[in-house]
Design a protein around this ligand. Structure first.
Ligand SMILES: *[C@@H]1O[C@H](CO)[C@@H](O)[C@H](O)[C@H]1NC(C)=O
Ligand SMILES: *[C@@H]1O[C@H](CO)[C@@H](O)[C@H](O)[C@H]1NC(C)=O
Ligand SMILES: *[C@@H]1O[C@H](CO)[C@@H](O)[C@H](O)[C@H]1NC(C)=O
Ligand SMILES: *[C@@H]1O[C@H](CO)[C@@H](O)[C@H](O)[C@H]1NC(C)=O
Ligand SMILES: *[C@@H]1O[C@H](CO)[C@@H](O)[C@H](O)[C@H]1NC(C)=O
Ligand SMILES: *[C@@H]1O[C@H](CO)[C@@H](O)[C@H](O)[C@H]1NC(C)=O
Length: 512
């Protein structure tokens, strides 16, 4: 076992998923298949309400950080040439990212001339992510990768500011009847973020592994060294499961009266291009992009605390971007549309899509065999398979009745298809009924995300060629939606992998 941790091996993890219907050989699409790497590759990003920075937190720098740490172990041999068993003595820990890098703030120059400094905190954060990624870059194949991404988002929105555009359009004044939490000026602040840099720990059997984490709070007046008190709180730490050799990411998220709506996800983002929810180049861990209908996601999810009745826990949130005419996004926020689909596994989440509330249903459901069932077909439409559907704010031909998605919480228009556990989806490996996989029911899931996502309705202008559904972000975590009192969610994620067919990229090009 110890050699697993002490020798750096580059393994092409190939696994055959036995299904009589499929002839594909699946390979991992990510840089750290199944989270088995002995090294740490973790990035962190914090977003305001519209996925930007707005203003940096005092003394905190730009909210992009990373912990990228290599563990080098060599077994030394004794005078007779036999390996000694005391491997641990010969391990070294190499931090690729210095704390001085993590503290970089808008206006600072980067240590490398390849990255441009900006005084605008939004532009600076984009550049800082690229810079940190360059330090973390792993070139173990022709497709380099950078890191897992921890994403934190504050759901407060101050309508008196013009920080967020409306469906991508800059507006000088926000006029809307929609209600958003905000305790007053400054409510859209970035968090205080602290770092426990990865360090080596040994277990009884002289096995050396790394452990570390990030934690913090949105309450700028909190002093966490005196305890969390009633402050908001988040924490993500990583350590190895010694029996599997895989990383276990442990998460905690607590809301507070000032910060009643918070999100914390572990993201597998594309190593380049626009990740879900962005309008600029990002970095990540998915070196091949999964495309519907042929890809799967494997993960072990263990939820210890659910986070209250409004905790929209996502057993995957998948994100992508395409225009209403089906073209891929190009960064033009007026016509790009973020597309999200999420399965919410909190059993307290109800179906807003109902026969008496068709406005929250997609126009139709596609059955397993491809039959289209309209939402007005009340005897056959599976209402309880959906939490809600909402239409992109810039769609010109949405089918009535429709609700548009929140126009402010993304840098551009967005479309949401939110699912609930249901036999309709269970055929793809998803939970069948409410409560499956919830608190006290840890499970290892093999989700046929490709199949499910190819069955979902997404808006397109009439007569346009269907978009290629290529997913740039696959996330797991929770969005604790506005809660009247502080709520806490606690969970671990391990064994994460994204599996794609070996031979075909999203361009249809054979790679091997
Ligand atoms: C990190 O700090 C060390 C020691 O000061 C320095 O040698 C190294 O170049 C720094 N690395 C980066 C990426 O700035
Ligand atoms: C926004 O402006 C209104 C009117 O001036 C004021 O009553 C309200 O408190 C302000 N909201 C915030 C969050 O500052
Ligand atoms: C936070 O609390 C610790 C321990 O009580 C104290 O030493 C420290 O000065 C406090 N920090 C601030 C910023 O008040
Ligand atoms: C937290 O809030 C509760 C209820 O408002 C209050 O009783 C308690 O004293 C608070 N605790 C701290 C540490 O502020
Ligand atoms: C480690 O892996 C084993 C085997 O899959 C599992 O039973 C155990 O719960 C895991 N431990 C943690 C801390 O995740
Ligand atoms: C149901 O909806 C479809 C699609 O919008 C429409 O063509 C059909 O007329 C509707 N049927 C009824 C009974 O309203």
């Amino acid at each position: 076992m110890s050699s697993l941790f002490c020798i750096i091996v580059i393994v092409w993890c190939k696994l055959r998923l036995g299904s009589a219907l499929e002839d594909y050989e699946y390979v991992s699409a990510i840089g750290d298949p199944g989270m088995k790497s002995p090294n740490v590759r973790v990035g962190l990003e914090a977003w305001n309400f519209c996925n930007e920075v707005g203003q940096e937190a005092p003394n905190m720098g730009s909210p992009r950080l990373a912990d990228c740490t290599d563990l080098y172990c060599h077994s030394i041999t004794d005078q007779f040439g036999s390996p000694q068993h005391d491997y641990g003595r010969n391990c070294e820990v190499h931090h690729k990212v210095n704390e001085s890098d993590n503290r970089l703030r808008a206006g600072d120059g980067f240590p490398s001339a390849d990255y441009k400094s900006y005084t605008d905190p939004d532009l600076y954060a984009v550049e800082k992510e690229l810079y940190l990624a360059s330090l973390c870059n792993v070139r173990d194949s022709s497709e380099p990768w950078q890191f897992w991404m921890i994403m934190l988002k504050n759901g407060n929105f101050d309508k008196n500011t013009s920080l967020c555009p409306e469906n991508g359009k800059k507006v000088s004044k926000i006029i809307t009847g929609r209600k958003f939490p905000c305790f007053g000026e400054g409510c859209m602040n970035q968090p205080l973020i602290y770092h426990n840099p990865s360090r080596a720990i040994s277990s009884g059997a002289q096995i050396f592994t790394l452990t570390g984490g990030f934690y913090g709070t949105y309450d700028l007046d909190a002093n966490l060294s005196q305890g969390i008190g009633n402050s908001s709180y988040f924490s993500v730490s990583w350590q190895k499961n010694l029996s599997t050799g895989g990383w276990v990411f442990s998460h905690t998220l607590t809301t507070s009266s000032k910060y009643p709506w918070l999100m914390l996800y572990l993201r597998a983002d594309a190593t380049k291009g626009f990740n879900g929810g962005y309008h600029y180049d990002g970095r990540g861990i998915m070196r091949k992009l999964p495309e519907s209908p042929n890809f799967k996601v494997k993960l072990t999810l263990s939820i210890k605390r659910g986070g209250g009745s409004n905790s929209q826990f996502y057993l995957l949130d998948i994100g992508s971007c395409w225009k209403n005419n089906g073209d891929p996004c190009d960064g033009d926020v007026l016509t790009d549309v973020t597309r999200y689909s999420e399965m919410i596994i909190n059993p307290e989440t109800s179906s807003w899509c109902r026969p008496d509330n068709l406005i929250s249903c997609p126009p139709y459901h596609v059955s397993l065999h491809g039959e289209i069932i309209y939402r007005n077909d009340t005897s056959r439409f599976p209402y309880s398979a959906y939490h809600l559907y909402c239409s992109p704010g810039n769609a010109l031909y949405s089918e009535k009745p429709f609700d548009i998605c929140d126009p402010y919480s993304n840098p551009q228009a967005q479309e949401l298809v939110q699912l609930l556990p249901h036999p309709e989806w269970a055929v793809h490996g998803y939970p069948t009924k409410k409560g499956d996989g919830w608190v006290g029911d840890p499970r290892t899931w093999v989700l046929d995300v490709g199949a499910i996502s190819s069955r979902l309705y997404f808006y397109q202008d009439p007569g346009t060629k269907p978009a290629k559904r290529v997913w740039t972000s696959i996330n797991v975590g929770t969005e604790i939606y506005v809660s009247s009192e502080g709520e806490t969610a606690e969970w671990t994620v391990s064994d994460f992998d994204v599996l794609v067919p070996e031979t075909v990229t999203h361009d249809g090009v054979v790679v091997y």
